[in-house]
Each structure stands twice: as C-alpha cells, then as structure tokens.
Design a protein around this ligand. Structure first.
Ligand code: PLP
Length: 461
C-alpha cells in the first residue's frame, strides 16, 4: 500500500542543503561532488550581483548562463509578468493567437537582419535549434528536394541537448552517452586559430565547410549551423570574412545558413543579433536566453520569408509545436525587457565598454598560465596553457586538477561567478550582465589576477 509522504519542512539553509542533496537533480552536475561539499544556493539578485543563502555577495560574471543580460532584479519585468497574468494568464499559439505573442513577433521581426520576418516561439534554446532543423528538412521536402537533410556544424560547438539539437552539438562527451543520434549531423573544424600554423589561409575553416558539403554531396545537405561567436571552447570569434565566405558557399550549394544566436543575440555582442555584428544574412536565427533576460523561459526560431512561403499554401502546415511557446507572460516580459534595452541603450553600452573589458583581460597576459584572450562584446574568454611559448595545453588529468581541483572553487570563494571549462582546452569564460561597467571590470580583475597567479604557480611547479 502506498504510504503518505510528509511535506518537507524548510526552516533555513541546513534544510535546503539536505533537500537539495536528496531531491534536486541538478543539470550537468556531478551530484557525487556534493557528498561532502555544500550545494551553492543562490537566493537573491540585484543588478550585476547575486547573493547566496549565507549572505555572501557574488559578481555574476556569467549572467546566470549567458542570459540575464539586463541585470538581476528588474522590477518592471516582475510587474509586466504580474499584469499579464491578471489580464490573460495563458493561451496557446496553436491555431489561436494573443496580443503579446503578436506584438512580440512583429517587434522581433523589426529588429532582425533582412527578411527574417517569421517568428516561431519556443520555450528555450534547444527547442529553437530543434525547430530550425525540422524547418530546414521540411522546407526542402516541400520544395521537391527531400534528400537534403544533413546538417553541418562545428567541432566542440554546443547547440543544445534534445536529440535533434544534440546531433549538431559537437562535444563528444555530451554525445557519447546518448548514441545513436538523429542521423545527418556532420562536423567540421571551428575557427579557433590559436594553434593554427602561421601560414594557414585565414578562411581555411570556412572552406572546410564547402569541402564537407562536396564530400557529403550538396543534394543531401540541408543546413550549416553556426554561432556568431562559438561558446564552447571559449568564446571563439570568426576570422574576418568567415561568414561572408560561408554565405557564398551556402548559396552556391543551396544550403541554408542557421545562425544559432541563443547566446549571441540581445546585446551580448553589442547588437540585437550577432549576425549583425559580423554583417551576414542568415536564413534562420535561433535565439532564447536573454530575450526575456532569463526572467522567464522563452526562445524563438526566426525564419526568412522564403522559408515560410511553402507553409502559406492552403493545406500546408509546419507540423511542429510546443504547448508553452509564445506564452503570454513570457511575451509580456520580453516586451518589457526590450523596452529596457532601448531605454538604457544596452547594445550601445556594450559597444562603448567592450574595449575596456577586453583590455582588463588582456592585462592578465603577464601571468604565465594565460595563453590566449579572445571573444567579442561582453563575451570573452582566457585560455590557460602549460607553456605559453609552445602553446602546449594541459592533459585531461591536469585540466581536472586545475579547473575542478582549484579554479572553480577558488573563484567562487572570492566572490566571482564565471565559467572554468574544459570542453576544449581549459578556459575561464566571462559573460557578465550588460549593466556592468568599470567598477565591475575592476572587481573581476581583483579576483582573476591573484587566482590565475596562484593557478600558474600550482600547475607550473
Ligand atoms: N544553442 C546554443 C548556442 C546554446 O548556447 C545553448 C545553451 O546554452 C543552446 C542552444 C540550448 O539552449 P537551452 O539550454 O535553452 O535549451
């Protein structure tokens, strides 16, 4: 017979710790790591900072996860959500519409590059990528080129975890546990040129895409999926002219260009969309995260008029959707979020301040462990190396010791949340809220400098 379970009492931090360890399945988390360590519990946020349950303040150098772009604790976003719940709590966007989804779709379309005028809402980034993949395949099927189904993405790139999105994600450790994947995912080198031979053609990585299309045969390739600046591997920017070359290649072989801007839109690179920074025209943009400054889940797949056209015919339909997509509360929050962006000119702020932010990180190059500094806008990374002259990186064991044995914990202990990551070579990534300014850059430096110096001493004997 089923026994009644008591509702757990939560009287304070100790209870939260115990309950977190017993019940909360944290994502991408080694749960065993918390056998003896505390789960970090964040209880409050304001502007560029968050506080934990012990009252310690942290500079949120990751903006949640590249997403709280307008900064924490925006009263008007809370008000927008509350007002919308009072007016219309929920309605679907399946066969129906509601004012907020309509207004938001039109506003997004007014901000996108070119004719990206059709906004298909989702609940997050993986769903947006999933939708883009399905649209690409469906479009070619409807227009008589149904063999075009393959997707070309880059090594080490992260495009989400649902099985379709995972087929383009290029990180072996995330793919291996879930084989076999949805067919059609192919991977090519990314634009990380730190260890390239000096005489390599700067557009080599772009040309690798064409070689792969030809190898697979253009009749079988539907789309190329690329981030404007690749996140995983450490904020890897494109070479000058990379996207123009990719666009030419895509046009030559009738392949769609999907710009995955789940991170690189909404001011992260100082523009509404990352593709605007690099001056290229995608066929589809995927976005999520900062569309609402992460105050509520929302994403979107934004398609060109050309791609939407076959679906406008009488009986045609994109047979795809999600219950919560275009949720009125999320759409209301997104509208209020974009109001903040416009009123405070957050995109302009990033463009004005990115040089100062970058210069602070460049100043760390005198620490022997700092090999490379790269990125764009408020999206920057420092790559850590064993030997700066030879660019020799750390092996898996050393990387584990460096990142999990020391860096992550020490940065957090000193009040800085950022990402110490080794999905490629070890990097420290910074993607702060867009309200950060000189004071926060100085705070970041005041933590990074001593911690990287200590790391350097530890790892280099
Ligand atoms: N695409 C990119 C480029 C991302 O960075 C992410 C998440 O970080 C995703 C897709 C997946 O988004 P979500 O975690 O909202 O599903």
């Amino acid at each position: 017979m089923a026994t009644m379970k008591a509702r757990p009492a939560v009287a304070g931090s100790a209870d939260l710790q115990e309950l977190a360890k017993r019940h909360l399945w944290m994502h991408f988390t080694r749960l065993g790591a918390f056998d003896r360590a505390e789960v970090p519990i964040i209880v409050r946020g304001e502007g560029p900072y968050v506080w934990d349950d012990h009252g310690n303040r942290y500079l949120d150098g990751l903006a949640g996860l590249f997403c709280v772009n307008a900064g924490h604790g925006r009263e008007e976003l809370a008000e927008a959500a509350a007002a919308q719940i009072r007016e219309l709590d929920f309605y679907i966007t399946w066969s129906f519409a509601h004012p907020r989804a309509i207004e938001l779709a039109a506003r997004i379309a007014s901000l996108t590059p070119g004719d990206l005028n059709r906004v298909f809402f989702t609940s997050g980034g993986s769903e947006a990528v999933e939708s883009a993949i399905k649209l690409a395949r469906n479009y070619y099927r409807l227009t008589g080129r149904g063999a075009k189904h393959k997707l070309i993405a880059r090594e080490i790139a992260y495009h989400g975890t649902s099985l379709g999105a995972l087929s383009v994600t290029g990180i072996t450790s995330l793919r291996a546990p879930f084989e076999p994947h949805a067919p059609g995912g192919c991977h090519v080198p990314n634009t990380d040129s730190y260890r390239w031979p000096e005489d390599r053609d700067p557009l080599w990585a772009a040309d690798q895409i064409e070689e792969r299309i030809l190898f697979e045969h253009p009749d079988t390739v539907a789309a190329v999926v690329l981030e404007p600046v690749q996140n995983a591997g450490g904020c890897i920017p494109p070479q000058e002219g990379y996207f123009q070359r990719v666009r030419e290649i895509c046009d030559r072989h009738d392949v769609l260009l999907i710009s995955d801007e789940v991170i690189c839109s909404w001011g992260r690179l100082g523009h509404w969309f990352g593709s605007q920074r690099y001056g290229y025209q995608p066929d589809i943009i995927t976005t999520a995260k900062a569309l609402t400054s992460a105050n509520i889940p929302m994403g979107a797949m934004i398609a060109s008029d050309r791609l939407a056209e076959p679906f406008l015919e009488d009986k045609a339909m994109f047979a795809h959707g999600f219950t919560f997509a275009g949720h009125p509360v999320a759409a209301a929050v997104a509208m209020a979020n974009l109001d903040i962006f416009e009123r405070e000119d957050l995109n302009g702020h990033v463009l004005r301040k990115e040089g100062e932010f970058r210069a602070m990180l460049e100043s760390l190059r005198d620490i022997p462990i700092v090999g490379d500094v790269r990125g764009a806008g408020f999206f920057q990374a420092v790559e850590l190396v064993k030997d700066r002259d030879t660019k020799e990186g750390f092996n898996d064991e050393e990387s584990e010791e460096l990142l999990r044995g020391f860096l992550s914990g020490e940065l957090y202990r000193r009040g800085l949340i950022c990402r110490a990551d080794d999905r490629g070579d070890p990097v420290v990534q910074l993607s702060p809220t867009l309200v950060c300014d000189t004071q926060q850059f100085e705070e970041i430096e005041s933590v990074l400098r001593p911690v990287l110096t200590q790391a350097s001493n530890r790892m280099r004997g």
